[in-house]
Ligand binder design. Structure first.
Ligand code: 4F9
Length: 224
C-alpha cells in the first residue's frame, strides 16, 4: 500500500521508518512517500507558504498555491483518497483504519499547520477531513502519523503472522486481556495459575472472560 504524506515538516515522519512500519517499507509491503510542501512555493526566494487571514485575526493560514501545487504534483490524476487531518472530520478508529487499508487506491494525508489552511484547498482538492480526537494539535503531522501507523497494521504483509493473530483480540471490539511473561513471580505478584497450566482450552476461556471483564470495567461504551 502507498501512503503519500504532504507536510511542511518532512523530518517529523522519521518514526514511520523505524520498527514494524520501517521493516514493512524495506520489504515492499508499505510505501510511504513524503512531499515537502515548501518545495512547491512559488516564492523562489523565501519559499513562503503562509499568510495572514483575510478579515483579520491571530495566526497564519497556509496559502492555497503551495498546497495546490504540492497535491497536484503528488497525485496528478486524483488517483488517491485525499484526506486532510483536521478536528472537523469524522473521528478515526480501527474501522476507518481497515477501510483505508482495503482501498484499492493510495492514501494521501495532508497536514496543516498554524491556524489552518485556505478553505478553497479543502473544497477543490480534499475527499474527506479526518480527526484523531477532540483536541487541537500544533499541526496535522502527529495525526497523520497515527493514521498511517494504524492503517499500516491492516495492510497484508506488514504484521507478522503472530502479530496479526494477536490483533484479532482488539478487532473483536474488546480490550486486550492481561499479558504476562517470565518470571512467574515478580515483586510478590504471581502470574495467574491458568496461564502456567499448559491447558490451552482453559487459557482461551480465561482470556475471553478477562477481555470482557476489562472492557466492562474500563470501556463499557465498546460493548454497545
Ligand atoms: C487533526 C486535531 C486531527 C485532531 C490539525 C491542528 C488535528 C489538528 N485530529 N489540530 N491541526
Amino acid at each position: 500500500m502507498t501512503i503519500k504524506i504532504l507536510t511542511l515538516f518532512p523530518q517529523m515522519f522519521a518514526p514511520l521508518f523505524e520498527s514494524i512500519t520501517g521493516r514493512a517499507i524495506d520489504s515492499g509491503a508499505l510505501n510511504i512517500e513524503i512531499t515537502d510542501i515548501r518545495k512547491y512555493s512559488a516564492d523562489t526566494k523565501h519559499f513562503k507558504c503562509d499568510d495572514a487571514p483575510f478579515g483579520g485575526g491571530a495566526g497564519m493560514i497556509l496559502s492555497p498555491q503551495p498546497l495546490y501545487d504540492a497535491i497536484n504534483a503528488a497525485d496528478p490524476n486524483h488517483a488517491c483518497h485525499r484526506v486532510y487531518l483536521s478536528p472537523h472530520g469524522r473521528i478515526f478508529n480501527a474501522g476507518i483504519a481497515r477501510e483505508f487499508a482495503a482501498l484499492s487506491k493510495p492514501l494521501l494525508l495532508l497536514c496543516g499547520r498554524y491556524e489552518g489552511i485556505d478553505r478553497r484547498i479543502i473544497d477543490l482538492c480534499i475527499d474527506e477531513e479526518l480527526s484523531i480526537g477532540d483536541y487541537i494539535l500544533t499541526g496535522g503531522e502527529l495525526a497523520a502519523m497515527a493514521v498511517a501507523d494504524a492503517v499500516s497494521r491492516f495492510v497484508p504483509g506488514v504484521l507478522g503472522n503472530a502479530q496479526s493473530a494477536a490483533d484479532e483480540s482488539f478487532s473483536n471490539g474488546l480490550l486486550e486481556y492481561p499479558q504476562y511473561t517470565r518470571p512467574a513471580e515478580f515483586m510478590g505478584l504471581s502470574v495467574p495459575q491458568v496461564l502456567l497450566s499448559g491447558h490451552h482450552g482453559n487459557v482461551e476461556k480465561w482470556r475471553k472472560e478477562q477481555a470482557e471483564k476489562i472492557t466492562r470495567q474500563k470501556r463499557p461504551d465498546l460493548l454497545k
